[in-house]
Design a protein around this ligand. Structure first.
Ligand SMILES: [Zn+2]
Length: 952
């Protein structure tokens, strides 16, 4: 009855033209563009066809994450050829699946297959004969993974078909393949990004198909579907492991050590299809055998494309220096294979030759590539295992390339950061030790490139001998410099000079210790004595309820979170801004103290302190007396500064880099877990900014003129702390009247003033003085003034010319040495020399009342130098030298250009302040050294650098 009634009603609704005016139907449909059928096998009727789970025919449109998940879960009940493993949940709660597909016999045997692969991987416990017999027993193992960039959709749709084809096919070709192979399909590596993009396809769709790759349907909208929930590029996270998707995936891949790993992407819509081994630069720690096999796979795949008349290419822009892509597996002996299919979105794309390439064809390309690679592996698995075994032997051999090299991280009280680094290395099966005695070694290479003789390694250092099973990966991520061929340098220089292009695809520096801002050395020998296995530092939380205060040490990054979380509970917190010793506990400058006297009205103070310290796993001491011996700070003096609870907003949306917005947002959630708001930046001029005392401007492209600028300036002058990154810092520094920090190119007419202040700052950090000369009675006429003793002061014209030339060579992601003001509150927990990831950033200049907390260049002693020497606008005093490059490609011209410029500035404006980072301090969630400077700015800024608001 009910149905009839509904039908009748609908009929009534749609009969009259005056009631409903339907949209016009299109003149053609994009599903009719491509007639080939993708799934062309003989299939079991007991397995449901993929189209059953979709509201369209398989391959014609983009399957949503929910549709893909539902197919996988249904198939897991319908077939005994597969086993589904949920290896992670995304931030938004979507499951990530690895689908193990093989013969039912192999599926029942997965654990023992995995065990045997791992036996083969440690050549310290296996001889050649046993290795060969293991290899004979092993099935081939392939890892096929797709769509890590959520808006590169065709891979996941191909994967859906591949799973079906493999579990449903009755063809002997497929069943044979499954008896010899374990195929792992990771169909959708970034479900949150894919969901965002799939949603935008729904939202931007009209009635007619759209073949214009510039339209919103194709491009999507800010923050785009490429990245995950926090706008992280998951294909740069394979080593840094900051995101749950990657952590789960890497753990499973590393357990399985597949022979190949396919990573299916998409690229520009007007491109064709790219695969095959990379071109130079190729990281020197990759086994040459893998390049050989890469060519073999590419060749077979190319044959399949030729047969169908599909265009493709290999190499070209595909290089492989940076080890943090999915290709990290190559350092562990797995062949990485990249697919790059041109992006067709859903409808298809019109190309210059007039044809329209359909989405279904894009899916077909990924599908055929997958089958081709699986067949090549099936044929060559045995030989590849033999090569793998040779590589594993070399890694642990006494005569191999990695035999005599050890990486040492020097002891630090920053246990939080060190523990984090260790967990990332352990995830890669790196074996880590601690020395139980002081070790003296003949020589050691420091991070700044200096080779020190008779180096003493303090007891308790973190020791990683390179001679161990994962040797190539260890070298790739811990060697201070990746070796780059001279021919590559030449080609890069020519490209820079010809048209400003680059042959480098990612950063040229990436070693873990510099990224983490931890001091380390490389020792050219295999350290093996007086070592014990590394264990993480436990925290010790000592709470005496009758103490006058409780404190955590500033050396540990988590001290900032301790302060932030306490303040969010409205507990008063102080910073001790000078090294202190209280009740015989040594506390370094920037340590966080909670005083009982400050919090008399706070109920459960002790419980809150204990709970927060325990959550953070940070050591805490109780202090019974506020008396600091001798000159050290006492609790009633001026070194116990009251903090202000930060009330934070992040300016966000389309004017800003989604990566930098995302990592800013993530850094607060990851490290602090305190409330904050993301503001649509278009609201900045009419929102009530008084709700916030701290505003972050991530790297942006916005124009900072008119009322928006006015609103922010007023807010700063009234006590706000404005923190800007990279492009936003450029905007502020180039904007008239918005503070006094300037861009280098706008300072040449006053270069002498800038140098004057720089020399004053350098002189202030001198720690020796000649008493006799100082106190002489006669007038001293031998004083050296830089502008007199150097005749090389450059004219404005010369500075301009140099700048124009030098700016051609700016780095694209290298490590340079930061020189850190050790008396500034922004540098709590930071050593005097800090590695900084540097790229084409604005070059910030300070003088007069603008402070440079971190400058580029480590100032070192060199007694042979007797005169002042000029580098562009600045000079180096006699007896000094400047180290700039730490790792990666920094052209000498670029080093000159950035030398002595500021990386981090701070300036008081009215009752507030502006803090500028030349770069992006939280890059990829992995530059922990500069992240600490940023956390200090974010949490301590409102209390230490701005005037407190007094609520009457
Ligand atoms: Zn991609």
């Amino acid at each position: 009855m009910k149905n009839i009634f509904t039908t009748a009603l609908l009929f009534l609704l749609f009969v009259g033209p005056s009631i409903a005016e339907p949209l016009m139907s299109p003149t053609s449909y994009s599903k009719d563009l491509y007639k080939e059928s993708i799934l062309d096998g003989n299939y079991l009727s007991t397995i449901e066809n993929p189209s059953k789970f979709l509201d369209f025919n398989y391959g014609e449109r983009v399957a949503s994450p929910a549709q893909i998940s539902s197919a996988i879960l249904s198939w897991s009940k319908q077939s005994n050829r597969l086993k589904v493993v949920e290896y992670a949940k995304s931030h938004e709660g979507r499951p990530l699946y690895a689908i193990f597909i093989s013969s039912p016999e192999n599926i029942a045997n997965l654990e023992s297959i995995k065990l045997n692969i791992n036996k083969l991987s440690d050549a310290r416990n296996l001889n050649d004969r046993d290795a060969k017999s293991l290899i004979n027993s092993l099935p081939a193992v392939a890892w096929m993974a797709y769509s890590i960039h959520g808006n590169e959709t065709s891979g996941a749709d191909a994967a859906l078909g591949i799973i079906y084809h493999l579990i449903a096919s009755k063809d002997p070709e497929v069943t044979n393949m499954l008896s010899n192979m374990v195929i792992v399909i990771d169909p959708m590596m970034n479900p949150d990004g894919r969901d965002r993009f799939a949603k935008s396809l729904e939202q931007f769709r009209g009635t007619s198909p759209n073949y214009d790759d510039q339209s919103l349907l194709h491009t999507g909208d800010w923050p785009y579907g490429r990245t995950n929930h926090y706008y992280f590029d998951l294909n740069r996270d394979w080593l840094y492991l900051t995101q749950p998707e990657t952590r789960g995936r890497v753990a499973l891949i590393n357990e399985w050590r597949p022979q190949i790993l396919v990573d299916g992407h998409e690229m520009g819509a007007q491109d064709t299809f790219m695969t095959g081994p990379p071109r130079e630069p190729i990281n020197k720690n990759i086994d040459k055998n893998l390049i050989k096999w890469g060519n073999k796979f590419a060749n077979d795949q190319a044959n399949e494309f030729d047969k169908r008349g599909w265009r493709f290419y290999t190499g070209e822009w595909h290089e492989d220096l940076y080890p943090g892509y999915s290709f990290y597996v190559q350092f562990r002996g797995t062949l990485g294979i990249l697919y790059e299919q041109s992006r067709m979105s859903e409808d298809g794309v019109r190309r210059p030759e007039g044809t329209i390439q359909s989405y279904k064809e894009a899916v077909h390309h990924q599908y055929i590539s997958t089958l081709a690679n699986l067949k090549t592996l099936q044929r060559n698995s045995y030989q590849m295992y033999l090569d793998y075994w040779d590589g594993r032997k070399l890694n642990v051999s006494k005569n191999g390339k990695y035999a005599n090299q050890t990486f040492v991280i020097l002891p630090t009280d920053n246990h939080g950061r060190l523990n984090a680094l260790v967990s990332k290395l352990e995830a890669q099966d790196v074996e880590i030790y601690r020395n139980t005695k002081v070790l003296t070694v003949q020589s050691a290479l420091k991070q700044t490139g200096e080779l020190v003789e008779d180096f003493i390694i303090p007891k308790g250092s973190l020791i990683i001998p390179n001679r161990q099973p994962e040797a190539p990966l260890i070298a790739a991520i811990l060697e201070f410099d990746a070796d780059i061929d001279e021919s590559v340098l030449l080609e890069e220089r020519q490209a820079n000079l010809r048209d400003g292009s680059s042959i480098m695809y990612d950063t040229t520096a990436f070693n873990f210790t510099m990224m983490f801002g931890l001091s380390a050395v490389t020792v050219p020998e295999n350290l093996s004595n007086n070592l014990e296995s590394w264990t993480p530092f436990p925290s010790s939380i000592e709470i005496n309820e009758d103490a006058v205060m409780w404190a955590v040490n500033a050396e540990d990054d988590r001290s900032v979170a301790f302060a932030a979380r306490l303040m969010e509970k409205n507990i008063n917190v102080r910073i001790i801004d000078k090294d202190a010793v209280l009740s015989s506990h040594a506390l370094s400058r920037g340590s966080v103290a909670v005083l009982a006297m400050d919090n008399l009205n706070h109920k459960d103070l002790i419980d809150d302190i204990r709970e927060i310290a325990t959550d953070l796993d940070i050591s805490l001491v109780s202090i019974e007396s506020g008396f600091g011996t001798k000159e050290l700070p006492d609790w009633g003096g001026r070194h116990f500064l009251l903090l202000q609870k930060p009330q934070i907003a992040i300016l966000s949306h389309a004017d800003f880099s989604s990566y930098d917005v995302g990592v800013t947002w993530w850094s607060i959630d990851q490290y602090l877990g305190i409330r904050h708001s993301q503001l649509n930046s278009s609201m900045a001029e009419y929102a009530d900014l008084r709700r916030y005392n701290t505003i972050v401007m991530p790297s942006g492209y916005a124009d900072l003129n008119g009322s928006k600028k006015e609103a922010l300036m007023t807010w700063v002058a009234q006590g706000g702390t404005l923190i800007a990154h990279n492009r936003s810092s450029r905007l502020i520094a180039s904007s008239k009247d918005f503070g006094n920090v300037k861009l280098l190119q706008n300072t040449f007419e006053n270069s002498l003033d800038y140098n004057f202040d720089l020399l004053k700052e350098m002189a202030a950090s001198e720690n020796t003085i000649n008493k006799a000369k100082t106190l002489a009675h006669g007038i001293n006429l031998d004083i050296n003034y830089p502008w007199e003793s150097s005749n090389t002061q450059m004219s404005e014209k010369e500075l301009q010319n140099r700048d124009k030339w030098q700016s051609i060579f700016m780095p694209s992601g290298s490590m340079v040495a930061g020189r850190v003001d050790q008396k500034h509150w922004l540098s709590f927990g930071t050593p005097s020399t800090l590695p900084i990831l540097y790229a084409n950033f604005p070059i910030l200049m300070t003088h007069d009342k603008t402070e440079a907390v971190v400058r580029i260049g480590e100032l070192i002693s060199n007694d042979e130098i007797k005169d002042f020497r000029m580098i562009n606008w600045s000079s180096i005093p006699p007896g000094k030298d400047l180290n700039v490059r730490m790792s990666g490609l920094v052209w000498p011209e670029a080093a000159q250009r950035i030398a002595n410029s500021a990386y981090l500035t701070r300036e008081r404006i009215g009752r507030g302040q502006i803090i500028l980072f030349a770069g992006e301090p939280n890059f990829r969630g992995s530059t922990r050294g500069t992240n600490r400077l940023w956390l200090n700015a974010l949490i301590y800024g409102a209390g230490l650098g701005a005037s407190a608001k007094i609520n009457l």
